[in-house]
Ligand binder design. Structure first.
Ligand code: DGJ
Length: 693
């Protein structure tokens, strides 16, 4: 007997099939199949042959591979009883619901276990959300529980996953498939710079704009494990779950985080657009995707801990004049926080810096037409703080642990810690007109701990409920806590502490594989970047920030007249375009010149686009190579304009058309021949606007 299940959206089909009562396996995942395909036949057609040296049948690569069925790879579940005895699960089908979502239940009566897996397709975003839940009849210890296990394609030579560091987030790694395991375990206790929980498996020949690719993202902020394994028989499996030892307590229920997956036949961009849309339209459900994102001003790199009311007021006036719409007061306003050695958790306003409280600054900011945001780092505590002196036992980890940025993490699993934080934070939020929190998390945990992540989620959820109009930005030394789990509760991410536009250009480009403009903060930094020492032109700094949710983070008093006017101009451009850009798809372009990082932001209705063409280095060849655009209507005509043509350097001596004129050409021409841009210095950005006629 065969049991089959089919999930479709307009571009992909996923077929699951099970023999008798066994767990099902994915027997097809790829472009949408015709309705006429018979699922039993697909199941039978999927069976691989066997030869000498093999079992008489290839064990199923099921949605939770069981060691008890001689599966030759990593099993999907590893548990033991509280006395230490390993349990060897073997599940049988028990129940299902199959409407808009597919939910399948299996039981292992001998071990008192129930396994539930769900698959939720989404016709609008092309992302399938899947999850596994394990219930036990008595407390058991969990070592590993995988979200529904998916096969990886055979027609693929490599996988792309992501590592990173402070000021260098989202670094793609390409690893060739070979027999055995690529195993990535994030043991930092937070999503981390080091291991973003995402994977793209491109099929052979796939590029940004063409070919097939499969995308995966594990939506959890506490550290994950990814296993990408090629089995001895050549099949490939992808497993995702929480990092090991995250569950120290025996329990009767365990859930994986949601695993988000998608198949694309339009290159890496198909994966990127699915994730961008799903995050923007399904995960961040408020504010609406259409609500204009305000231009930010953040004072961190202007004043650091040196808060002086007259200076901050002056800065706020200048920021507003440049076009800022929200002023965010960063670290340094509370306790006795004169540097980063003290006061975390003492969340009361520092009377030395603000003798009349925050009121005068908030009022001033509001009188300038801006809203007011404020920084917290709720999960953290300095030993040198009143709260640590009163409650040393609230800190997570041993007394002699190695500190991170001179601080410890609070134990968020303790209700009294969450109550304390809720109380202190809500006092600030109630007493002042605050519409924004920058929520930081500047160290890794002493050990991975799922209860800590659940505690953080619970605190954020409680605050969100009490202050539903207050947005939250997820920051962790820059991009150390970016995932769909935290973004279910926050509305923006601080992608990186690097305000170096050159670094940022690259980070933004790679983060766009998962993140849309609407959540991705990007600020114009100081002339001389504080984290790299590079000196970059204001044009480049401003346009790189204008690629995402724009803001400023330099001391505006350093701007000369030219810089201020460029910044004003680009900010004005951003404000005039944000309504459609924040709903656009970010498509990475295949640049023929490795020195050029380019993307095309395509309006939802396809009627307009803007291409940002960033020159990250000097090119090897002397003349710029034409740049092909993507996903245009080949038959339609497009009017193309170089938005910043006034900034052509005199070293560009020739006559490329766009240098002096707009041009009208077909989509086919743009996608085949590409656009020819003027010669430019490195660390410059061309901005090309396109309109469908
Ligand atoms: C780290 C963040 O990433 C910075 O933007 C800033 O908020 C500092 N923390 C403040 O301590």
């Amino acid at each position: 007997m065969t049991r089959t299940f089919r999930l479709d959206d307009d571009r992909q089909t996923l077929v699951l099939a099970a023999t008798n009562e066994r767990l099902p396996q994915v027997v097809y995942w790829g472009p949408r199949l015709p309705e006429g395909d018979d699922l039993d036949t697909l199941h039978a057609a999927h069976v691989l042959d066997v030869t000498g040296g093999m079992l008489d049948e290839n064990p199923d690569l099921s949605i939770c591979p069981e060691a008890t069925r001689t599966f030759p790879g990593q099993p999907g579940l590893i548990i033991r009883d509280t006395d230490g005895t390993p349990l060897l699960p073997k599940f049988c089908f028990s129940d299902m619901t199959n409407g808009d979502n597919l939910s399948l239940q299996f039981v292992d009566e001998a071990n008192g276990l129930k396994l539930t897996t769900t698959f939720v397709p989404d016709a609008h975003t092309n992302v399938i959300t899947c999850q596994t839940i394990l219930d036990a009849s008595r407390p058991v210890h969990l070592h590993w529980l995988a979200a529904p296990v998916l096969p990886a394609p055979q027609q693929s030579e490599e996988m792309i996953d992501f590592s990173g560091r402070w000021c260098g987030e989202f670094q793609p790694n390409r690893t060739a498939w070979s027999p055995g395991i690529r195993y990535r375990e994030n043991r930092t206790g937070r999503t981390g710079h080091e291991h973003f929980p995402g994977l793209i498996v491109p099929c052979t020949g796939a590029t940004n704009t063409q070919g097939e690719a499969y995308g995966f993202h594990y939506g959890w902020s506490g550290g994950h494990r990814m296993v990408a394994e090629e089995l001895p028989d050549g099949r490939r499996q992808i497993q995702w779950g929480h990092a090991a030892r995250m569950e120290t307590e025996a329990a009767t229920q365990f859930k994986t985080a949601p695993l988000y997956i998608t198949y694309s036949s339009t290159g890496l961009n198909g994966v990127a657009v699915a994730f961008q849309r799903h995050l923007r339209d399904r995960i961040v459900t408020w504010p609406k995707p259409t609500t204009p994102r305000p231009v930010h001003y953040n004072c961190w790199e202007a004043v650091y801990f040196d808060h002086k009311l007259p200076v901050l007021k002056d800065i706020a006036e200048r920021a507003a004049a440049l076009g800022a719409e929200r002023f965010v007061l960063d670290d340094g306003w509370f306790g006795q926080r004169d540097d980063d050695t003290r006061s975390l958790s003492d969340w009361t306003v520092d009377p030395r810096k603000y003798p009349d409280g925050l009121g005068p600054l908030v009022d001033h900011v509001k009188s300038l037409g801006m809203t007011f945001g404020i920084w917290f780092e709720p999960e953290m505590i300095n030993e040198d703080s009143d709260i640590h002196r009163a409650h040393p036992d609230w800190a997570l980890g041993s007394e002699d642990q190695t500190l991170g940025r001179q601080q410890k993490a609070l134990n968020m699993a303790l209700p009294e810690v969450r109550d304390f934080l809720f109380d202190r934070m809500s006092t600030i939020l109630r007493d002042h007109d605050v519409d924004y929190i920058k929520w930081d998390h500047n160290r890794v945990l002493p050990m991975p701990d799922a209860a800590q992540t659940r505690g953080s989620y619970a605190l954020i959820d409680r605050l969100r409920k009490e202050f539903p109009d207050t947005e939250i930005e997820s920051c962790a030394s820059g991009g150390g806590r970016i995932d769909f789990g935290i973004l279910q509760r926050t509305q923006r991410v601080w992608l990186s502490d690097s305000n170096d536009a050159l670094e940022r250009l690259r980070i933004q480009h790679d983060a766009a594989l998962f993140l849309p403009l609407s959540v991705t903060g990007s600020h114009v930094g100081p002339r001389k970047c504080h984290t790299s020492g590079r000196v970059l032109d204001i044009q480049f700094r401003a346009w790189v920030a204008a690629q995402r949710h724009m803001g400023f983070e330099m001391d505006p008093r350093e701007l000369d007249v030219h810089e201020a006017s460029v910044l004003k101009e680009v900010t004005h451009w951003w404000k005039s375009n944000r309504d459609w850009m924040q709903l656009a798809d970010i498509l990475r372009l295949d640049s023929a010149d490795p020195a050029v990082l380019a993307e095309q932001q395509m309006a939802q209705d396809g009627h307009r686009f803007v291409a940002f063409v960033g020159k990250a280095a000097t090119s090897n060849q002397i003349a710029p190579r034409p740049l092909r655009l993507t996903q245009l209507d080949p038959e339609a005509m497009y009017k193309i304009r170089l938005a910043n043509r006034l900034h052509v350097t005199p070293l560009s001596r020739g006559t490329p058309l766009l240098k002096t004129k707009d041009m009208t050409v077909s989509g086919r021409y743009l996608m085949h021949a590409g656009i020819v841009l003027p010669w430019s210095f490195p660390e410059r950005m061309w901005v090309v606007e396109g309109e469908r006629l």
